[in-house]
Design a protein. Structure first.
Length: 75
């Protein structure tokens, strides 16, 4: 199984620093931690879905070739 985490290191700072600041400045309650955890898990799930749904090079090449060879009017 492949671990699908964002490769861009800036993503973590842009996501985690505001959440950590909100917890430090505000009142850190259980619902606040739950909301932060839900946001982090939703972000990681979204990134994983983007990686899985991204077409590979082979898929793009074969799809483009099939479009070029299709008879006119069938697209």
């Amino acid at each position: 199984m492949r671990i699908m985490l964002p490769r861009e290191h800036g993503v973590y700072g842009q996501m985690l620093f505001p959440l950590a600041t909100a917890l430090l400045v505000g009142r850190p309650t259980v619902p606040a931690f739950a909301l932060v955890a839900a946001g982090v898990f939703a972000f990681l799930a979204h990134e994983s879905l983007l990686v899985v749904s991204r077409p590979t090079f082979k898929t793009r090449v074969f799809t483009a070739a099939a479009r070029r060879q299709a008879p006119a009017g069938t697209q």
